[in-house]
Design a protein around this ligand. Structure first.
Ligand code: AQP
Length: 333
């Protein structure tokens, strides 16, 4: 059976190693399976849930698309487009916001984390963001959504919204409840400065993350300065959960070298962090530098990126417009 895959990435700044390991690497593997039909979206409407500089946003949309392509997404195999160019996303989001319940949204932990202490000042968009995400997915009848672990709760909300819509409007199976595709291992890459905090584009410290467009020197420097603890590298997995920084660095090494955590532990047990960091920095440079070079090459040709996004939007519009037409009919419009 063909799987319909949908996922998105916000154009909120440089993509980082967490986005790559937690999402994009997986997008590429899914695309390369002939049983899958994949749609990958630069979710620019989501980006505006926090204040954006319009010029920066435009630049970031192109950069995110360039990072997709440089990482191995192929616009001939997958639909690659930006969300704001398909009006059905915003329209669908309104209809679904009348289906979703306040109580459901109040449970979303990402809103609590992102809004912080001053919830009153957060945008309404940030609060209803998961409903827009549901519209993104449900408009394409996506069966599977590859995301990092941080998005699992939003995916569950999409399922709840789909099921409630079908029930409320007596439209069995009209909206398809999507399955999350979350990698079992290394689904959450942590900050290089704090093993308890997610690696994130919005972290004010550049040293907290490796960006996909960092130079080799920047990568070496960031890995060298990554926080560790005073213990030697472990010889088993047992106590790793109480050593978040060591666990994170060993996880990054394992993911990028496509080996299990225990194999990495065995490779480095008894060695000191500086030797391990050298190897890790080399590996990250090996994997990320070709992507970085390619991003910079692609970015020199804005017309090429714009053309890919326009073509992708045309294809996405065709699917989403048909779905929204039927959705509106069901609602009674
Ligand atoms: N640290 C991470 N580890 C694993 N996966 C991650 N993802 C993000 N950070 C990590 C996954 O990347 C995809 C795209 O995420 P996004 O950019 O749309 O939104 P985000 O999760 O909010 O990412 P950031 O970096 O934290 O952005 P800001 O700082 O702008 O909010 C998603 O599948 C996500 O799970």
């Amino acid at each position: 059976m063909t799987k319909k895959i949908f996922s998105g990435v916000q154009p909120t700044g440089n993509l980082h190693l967490g986005n790559y390991i937690g999402a994009i690497k997986n997008f590429v593997n899914l695309q390369n399976d002939p049983n899958n039909f994949c749609i990958y979206c630069v979710v620019d409407l989501h980006a505006t849930t926090v204040k954006q500089d319009p010029k920066e946003l435009k630049k970031n949309i192109r950069e995110t698309a360039a990072a997709f392509i440089a990482s191995g997404l192929d616009y001939k195999k997958s639909i690659i487009f930006n969300q704001s160019s398909v009006p059905a996303h915003a329209e669908g989001s309104w209809i679904l916001s009348c289906v979703a319940r306040m109580g459901w949204l109040n449970r979303m932990t990402q809103f609590k984390e992102k809004a912080g202490k001053d919830k009153e000042k957060a945008s309404v968009g940030l609060y209803i963001y998961p409903i827009l995400m549901a519209a993104d997915i449900l408009l394409y009848d996506a069966t599977h959504v590859p995301v990092g672990e941080d998005q699992k709760q939003h995916l569950e909300l999409s399922r709840d919204i789909a099921n409630k819509f079908n029930l409320d409007f007596n439209a069995p199976n009209f909206l398809i409840a999507p399955e999350p595709l979350i990698q079992k291992k290394f689904a959450r890459i942590m900050s290089l400065k704090d093993g308890n905090k997610k690696m994130s584009k919005s972290d004010p410290s550049e040293l907290s993350r490796v960006n996909l467009n960092d130079s080799s020197d920047e990568i070496y420097n960031k890995i060298k300065k990554a926080k560790t603890d005073s213990e030697p590298l472990p010889d088993n997995e047992k106590n790793l959960s109480s050593r978040p920084e060591a666990e994170n660095l060993l996880g990054i090494y394992s993911s990028l070298s496509d080996q299990s955590l225990i194999d990495t532990i065995n490779e480095f047990s008894g060695k000191n962090f500086s030797e391990f960091k050298d190897k890790l920095a080399n590996l990250v440079v090996d994997k990320i530098s070709p992507i970085s070079l390619e991003i910079n090459k692609i970015l020199k040709d804005e017309n090429f990126i714009d053309k890919i996004l326009i073509e992708g939007s045309q294809k996405a519009n065709k699917i989403a417009t048909e779905k929204i037409k039927n959705l509106k009919k069901i609602v009674g419009f």
